[in-house]
Design a protein around this ligand. Structure first.
Ligand SMILES: Nc1ncnc2c1ncn2[C@@H]1O[C@H](COP(=O)(O)OP(=O)(O)OP(=O)(O)O)[C@@H](O)[C@H]1O
Ligand SMILES: [Mg+2]
Length: 386
């Protein structure tokens, strides 16, 4: 059918034509944002899920909701190597500049900008285009201890937002790349602001493997955050994700064809988009048939093998590749680290560093002690196809 009208959107962070199966997460976020704006307490959230399950799409949606509810927002994607203070600085600067335009928040914004200036020098932040023309406030947010300083800063930002009758929401994608110190500092700082009922919220998203927290950050994180699981869609939602966009274009899909897509993709959002996309292009006319989907499956797998799977595999060293092949050879995950070692004829200890690097790269994670699994759905099938 006409490829120009193809509604499907396979791609990292691409807005799907139908955001299926996420009503609860979106609803909870919307309520929390509105509560915080009026000074009620609600919990910040960390969305956890495998690759391609729709975490980035949800964070974008939540950012949109936040803006609709009178929050200023700062969206950050944590890269593998940049520090949190460097990433936060321009976002805080921008938010404070915008708040300073609100008459009732002017004085607070000025004082918060002074604290931000102190923070920038304490953490050697390269401020580039975002220099601040106020003197730093000595003794605020400039101790060099990230948890303290971020806490000071968030209090100032929160007070400014409150004075302006608005709220501030920070969103961070790929939080598994934050160090333990950074994530802890963030959690403690959010907690301090929330304790004073200041209108600040945090939404994070990342792989199930996030930094193992310790001490006070751990206890706050357990009590004060929720961790919505962003997984494969259930069968009903998976059907809707494919069927609705097709029908919105005035076309249709045969029930047997739809079932085959749900089966082949196991309801994983990225795969649903890819299969929907290929099935649409493959079909000559409505309704899309089961035979069309059979053909489309080949094209979809080829595209995934050359893209989604391949880019992940290409980042691995030789030794890491041996390790993941050994995992795949054992069948479906999760796997015991000791079984992988045995398969490779090595000791679990000697493979420890390799396993740790694979976790650090976000290729595998540990769902339970001693267990490992791929962060990319169906990665083992890909390796076996290779
Ligand atoms: N609820 C949904 N229904 C249908 N399709 C969805 C849904 N959520 C996401 N998608 C689609 O899935 C794909 C992956 O989404 P996204 O990039 O947000 O995943 P992710 O979890 O952030 O992945 P990664 O861990 O690789 O960053 C996109 O093509 C998107 O359009
Ligand atoms: Mg993402």
């Amino acid at each position: 059918m006409d490829p120009v009208r193809n509604p499907f959107a396979p791609g990292a962070g691409s807005q799907p034509p139908e955001l299926a199966g996420r009503d609860d997460i979106v609803y909870d976020a919307s309520i929390a944002l509105q509560r915080v704006l009026i000074g009620r307490h609600d919990r910040s959230q960390i969305l956890l899920g495998l690759r391609g399950t729709g975490k980035t799409v949800l964070l974008n949606k939540i950012e949109q909701l936040a803006e609709d509810h009178n929050h200023l927002t700062g969206f950050i994607e944590a890269p593998e190597n940049n520090s949190l203070p460097n990433l936060l600085y321009p976002k805080l600067h921008q938010a404070l500049r915008r708040m300073s335009a609100i008459e009732s928040a002017k004085a607070h914004a000025h004082s918060a900008l002074r604290a931000l200036r102190g923070f920038a020098s304490a953490f050697n932040i390269s401020i580039g285009d975002f220099s601040i023309s106020v003197d730093p406030e000595t003794g605020t947010a400039d101790s060099g201890n990230l948890a303290f300083d971020l806490g000071d800063l968030f209090l100032r930002v929160g007070e400014t937002a409150k004075a302006g009758g608005i709220a501030w929401t920070l969103l961070i994608d790929e939080i598994q790349y934050l160090s333990e110190t950074e994530l802890s500092a963030l959690i403690v700082a959010i907690h301090r602001a929330n304790q004073r009922q200041l209108p600040i919220m945090f939404f994070g998203a990342g792989l199930p493997q996030i930094a193992a927290l310790t001490g006070e950050a751990k206890s706050y994180a357990e009590r004060l955050f929720t961790y919505p699981a962003v997984g494969a869609l259930d069968q009903t939602s998976a059907r809707i994700a494919v069927q609705k966009p097709i029908e919105s274009e005035g076309e249709s899909i045969a029930p047997a064809a739809l079932e085959l897509i749900v089966e082949r993709t196991q309801g994983y959002p990225f795969f649903l988009q890819e299969w929907g996309f290929q099935a649409w292009n493959m079909a000559m006319q409505s309704p899309i048939s089961r035979q069309d989907v059979e053909e489309a499956s080949k094209a979809a797998l080829r595209r995934l093998d050359e893209g989604f799977f391949r880019v992940r595999f290409d980042r691995l060293t030789r030794k890491e590749r041996d390790y993941v092949f050994a995992m795949a050879a054992l069948g479906k995950g999760p796997y015991r680290s000791s079984d992988v070692a045995e398969h490779l004829g090595e000791s679990t200890q000697s493979l420890g560093p390799c396993r740790a690097k694979l976790i650090h790269k976000g290729m595998i994670y540990s769902p339970a002690y001693g267990d490992i699994a791929f962060t990319v759905p169906m990665f083992e099938d890909y390796l076996l196809r290779m």
